[in-house]
Design a protein around this ligand. Structure first.
Ligand SMILES: [Zn+2]
Ligand SMILES: [Zn+2]
Length: 213
């Protein structure tokens, strides 16, 4: 039965293992990843931050001018210190908010370039933000599919879900002939069973003794 929960679980685990296997080759640098966040989103956040500072300082100045209690008598009697305190508070809150906004912007763009359901993942990350903060983002990072990559034979860009290169029919998910687990094209030996993977090496003439059985 295909809806056997045990089967579903093991096929899910296998899928996750292959995704992690492919993704390990991605060399992600923070700055390059950050560039995925749309430019307009960054500028919107910067402008909102400046506006918040101006309004905040204006309101503070007004309240102090009318002898209202803001930070308590110690700070309120020193307008410079009160202004600096408010500046620090707004900056701190803005950094947290900016982090969340950029995170959502990143997931939206990154899911698109990986051929995933961008709107759904963006929605998930936003929905989990209030109660669970970055949990949605962490789930996304664990589940996301590999980036399209270059065909190891002809260099054509191929999707991570492709089994064969559409240009040269190169096998994009080579498996170990002995244990059938997926191996990398560059592996000389299977990482799981030690099978010799060099081209031309016959499967029978392996140097390692096979498991008894
Ligand atoms: Zn190819
Ligand atoms: Zn193997």
């Amino acid at each position: 039965m295909p809806d056997d929960p045990q089967d579903l679980k093991s096929s899910f685990n296998e899928k996750m293992r292959l995704i992690r296997f492919r993704r390990k080759r991605e060399k992600l640098r923070f700055w390059n990843e950050f560039k995925l966040v749309p430019r307009w989103l960054i500028w919107t956040v910067v402008v909102l931050y400046v506006i918040a500072q101006i309004i905040g300082q204006y309101v503070l100045h007004y309240q102090l001018g009318h002898h209202m209690d803001v930070f308590g008598p110690d700070l309120d009697n020193d307008p410079g210190a009160a202004g600096a305190a408010l500046f620090a508070i707004i900056t701190g809150a803005s950094l947290v908010l900016a982090f969340m906004v950029f995170m959502v912007g990143y997931v939206n763009k990154d899911a698109k370039r990986r051929g995933m359901h961008s709107a759904l993942w963006t929605f998930l990350v936003i929905v989990l933000l209030p109660g669970y903060f970055v949990l949605g983002f962490i789930i996304y990072l664990l589940m996301r599919e590999p980036l399209p990559f270059n065909c190891p034979q002809c260099g054509t860009i191929v999707g991570a879900r492709f089994n064969f290169c559409p240009n040269c029919k190169c096998n994009l998910h080579p498996a170990c002939p002995q244990c059938k687990r997926e191996v990398a094209e560059t592996d000389k030996f299977c990482a799981y069973c030690g099978q010799d993977l060099q081209p031309g090496a016959p499967a029978e003439a392996r140097p390692l003794p096979s498991v008894p059985g």
